[in-house]
Write a new protein. Structure first.
Length: 447
């Protein structure tokens, strides 16, 4: 058996500019939304990462014809051949976003039969909000674990108006309900809806298809239409990739310009970087009439701060492990609170192994800044944990070997190359073949 690991050596301050790819969390749901159409759609600025490739496999299983030009980042999807409304466990287990096929399949076929989704180990992502929303729109749900089935009786009457109030502004539930509601013969209002930039990008796509969707403060109004059409769309820049690159420059005491980053998607995060003492300059595209471009110049004496994650526009949970890595060498005591995923703090053990002074009580981490981190061998259990170790490795004495790197490949397209272009010493390595012993099997299972 062979695998890969990331070798990171202490680097000089990073300097330069970088372009971010399309947002993974936007493109995955937009790919599932194409099930609502019957024809050929083209998506631009699509990142070449493992999650996207797994979603391609899922669409092909359903009967779609997919072409992905990884050089131009163009994805072409022909949905005319889609004929299935079931997704087996072996596909669903590989990607959490797979649950987002339920709404589109229900809308297209009146039925969906899928296994429970897989993914990271950072915590439960219950789908009860999705299922309750489907019920409000006329679906009957049957659960036979690990499978969940949903059916619509198209002859049954549906209320002229349906109001769905989410207890929590779940991104996935908002997206799934939204996609089913687009072609239901009713006026649907989602209360306490998630309004992340990736959700707004999906809404832009659906409106291009011919949907009738309006966004208000914490609400989304959908008036159902009979059918939707194929589209041509460019995916928004990935705010999480931009955040990763900004922290890489900040933690090494360098500077970076990201001309296509959207600062309006990163407001709370950028304010925390400013609070640490880093200089942030944002731009504006007069022609497109939008905020565009972020430049960071790092302070050499970063300060401790407090961070509390929250749904957008709060501090993103996906950037919490990354900024915590930067706080490990900041001056003073930082407090980081996680409010979204109950197991997200698992990565702190890896940082502690590198010399970080971190104590965790429940969902709150106290970080005491240290003068130096030390290279070590660490295992990443999720995507953002792998990034946290990578960033810490950039300033750690010696070498850091990060296993479980398949998580990193799920969410980034060529991150190691981008960092190297900025001056980092990062190398994706192939492991030596591993003998089939019980002890080694146990080690592999941790990856």
């Amino acid at each position: 058996m062979t695998g890969q690991h990331l070798l990171v050596k202490k680097s000089n301050p990073l300097h330069g500019s970088a372009h971010v790819h399309g947002a993974k969390n936007a493109v995955l749901v937009i790919m599932t939304s194409l099930i609502l159409t019957n024809g050929i759609s083209v998506l631009e600025n699509v990142p070449n990462n493992t999650d996207v490739l797994l979603m391609v496999t899922l669409l092909e299983h359903l009967g779609a014809t997919v072409t992905f030009d990884t050089a131009t980042k163009q994805l072409t999807v022909d949905t005319r051949g889609i004929s299935k409304c079931d997704v087996p466990q072996d596909i669903m287990n590989k990607i959490r976003a797979s649950i987002l096929v339920m709404g589109p399949l229900l809308a297209r076929f009146g039925a969906a039969d899928v296994a429970m989704p897989g993914g990271d180990l950072i915590g439960m992502r219950p789908i009860n909000y999705h299922l309750e929303g489907f019920k409000r729109l006329g679906a009957t749900i049957e659960v036979h674990l690990p499978y969940v089935s949903a059916h619509l009786d198209r002859t049954a009457a549906i209320p002229a108006a349906v109001r769905i109030s989410l207890e929590y502004p779940s991104v996935g539930a908002t997206e799934n309900i939204l996609m089913l509601a687009c072609t239901r013969n009713t006026h649907t209002t989602i209360i306490n809806a998630a309004l992340e930039p990736e959700v707004i990008d999906l809404i832009d796509v659906l409106n291009k298809m011919g949907a009738n969707i309006q966004v208000g403060p914490a609400t989304i109004d959908i008036r159902g239409v009979p059918s939707l059409n194929p589209i041509h769309h460019t995916i928004i820049p990935d705010r999480l990739e931009a955040g990763t690159l900004l922290i890489a420059a900040a933690i090494t005491g360098g500077s970076i310009a990201i001309p296509n980053a959207r600062p309006d998607h990163l407001d709370t995060f950028l304010e925390k970087l400013r609070a640490m003492g880093h200089t942030i300059v944002t731009g504006f595209d007069q022609e497109e009439r939008m905020a565009l471009g972020v430049t960071l110049k790092a302070t050499q004496t970063p300060r401790a701060i407090t961070v509390k994650t929250a749904p957008y526009p709060g501090f993103p949970t996906d950037l919490q492990p990354l900024i915590t890595a930067a706080l490990c060498t900041a001056q003073g005591i930082s407090v980081v609170e996680e409010t979204v995923y109950e197991n997200r703090m698992m990565y702190t053990k890896g940082l502690a192994k590198m010399g970080a002074q971190i104590s965790v009580e429940g969902s709150v981490a106290t970080v005491r800044g240290v003068d130096m981190l030390y290279g070590s061998e660490v295992i990443a259990a999720d995507l953002r944990a792998s990034c946290s170790f990578l960033l810490a490795g950039l300033v750690a004495e010696g070498e850091t070997r990060i296993a479980g790197i398949h998580h990193l490949l799920r969410g980034y397209d060529g991150l190691d190359s981008k960092l190297c272009a900025l001056g980092a010493q990062v190398q994706l390595m192939s492991d030596m073949p591993i003998a089939d012993s019980s002890q080694q099997k146990a080690q592999i299972s941790l990856l």
